[in-house]
Design a protein around this ligand. Structure first.
Ligand SMILES: [Zn+2]
Length: 319
């Protein structure tokens, strides 16, 4: 069964300018390497769609959604927090991010694909129930999780987040809801600074990574803390907030992951899903050094494509 790749061209309308780290070239850089390595031809490519409002309203306040529509500029851009820029096409792109993610979700649940990668922007995991922040407007991952539970009637959904920054928005929306297990690893202490500590929540496991931590530290945290929690929870679906900004070359964090660490976590998730015969979906979050993002996400996707039980054989040495 093939791997689905979901993307949409409307994200170009979310015009953050040359100097903002979250810009359209991120997706272009990834797709360029997918083409170069031949992986593009192995993926099943889908053009995404816009969101359905009821999906968004499971995760966000109606007043907040209305406010975003009201403040969107007709031209130029506005800052809606110190990091988050909104241009005339940002809301449409944010709606497509949600719609494309939920389209991929429906397909993996219906076994159209065993796994899928949603190459979307703007990202979502910092967006809280009533607040944009950290380049995020709508929480794509939390929206997908709530749709999986409410529409597809899944009872246990695990959400893995290995972005360098804690997914505060996902925790804000899904905290203490026993249908969801939140497994997170992130630089600590670091943005967004007001961390959700796991001893205050019933469904949260944190792996703290100190400044300068490597992929070895990450792998150890996954095996020691994520693996037993995931085993106890016995998920029916795994959603992944796939941020690649823990890479050593990334300018937005201070961790030292390498490309191969992303191949490793992808293979690890594949193995978890294979043993339980469940699908999974990865949703793009951070990753701001274009080369590091593109190479890391490519190896991650290559591992998704591999026949289960075999090691990833795709290398990027010649790129
Ligand atoms: Zn991040």
């Amino acid at each position: 069964m093939s791997t689905g790749y979901y993307a949409f061209h409307q994200h170009f309308g979310h015009d953050t300018g040359e100097d903002h780290p979250e810009h359209a070239s991120r997706i272009l850089a990834l797709e360029q390497i997918l083409h170069k390595t031949g992986l593009w031809d192995q993926l099943t490519i889908h053009e995404g769609r816009s969101a359905h409002l009821p999906d968004i309203l499971r995760a966000h306040n109606k007043a907040y959604v209305n406010e975003l529509h009201l403040i969107q500029p007709e031209q130029g851009h506005i800052m809606i927090d110190e990091d988050t820029l909104m241009s005339s096409g940002s809301l449409e792109a944010a709606l497509y991010s949600v719609g494309t993610t939920t389209q991929a979700l429906d397909d993996v649940i219906k076994n159209v694909h065993r796994n899928a990668f949603a190459a979307i922007r703007p990202p979502g995991h910092h967006a809280e129930r009533g607040k944009s922040m950290g380049f995020c407007f709508f929480n794509n991952t939390a929206i997908a999780a709530l749709r999986a539970a409410d529409v597809h009637h899944l009872q246990r959904i695990a959400i893995l987040d290995f972005d360098a920054h804690q997914g505060n928005g996902t925790i804000d929306i899904l905290q203490n809801d026993q249908r969801f297990l939140l497994l997170s690893s992130f630089q600590h202490p670091f943005y967004p600074y007001t961390h959700y500590e796991q001893n205050k929540y019933t469904n949260l496991i944190n792996v703290h990574l100190a400044q300068g931590a490597t992929g070895t530290d990450f792998r150890q945290g996954v095996e020691e803390h994520w693996a037993p929690a995931l085993k106890r929870f016995a998920p029916e679906l795994i959603l992944v907030s796939a941020g690649f900004d823990a890479h050593k070359d990334d300018p937005m964090a201070e961790l030292n992951f390498e490309e191969q660490d992303y191949a490793w976590i992808s293979q690890w998730i594949c193995n978890q899903c294979q043993s339980r015969n469940i699908p999974w979906l990865a949703i793009l979050e951070g990753g701001y050094d274009l080369n590091a993002l593109a190479r890391s996400a490519t190896l991650f996707i290559a591992a998704m494509l591999q026949t289960q039980g075999k090691d990833s054989v795709v290398g990027l040495a010649k790129e």
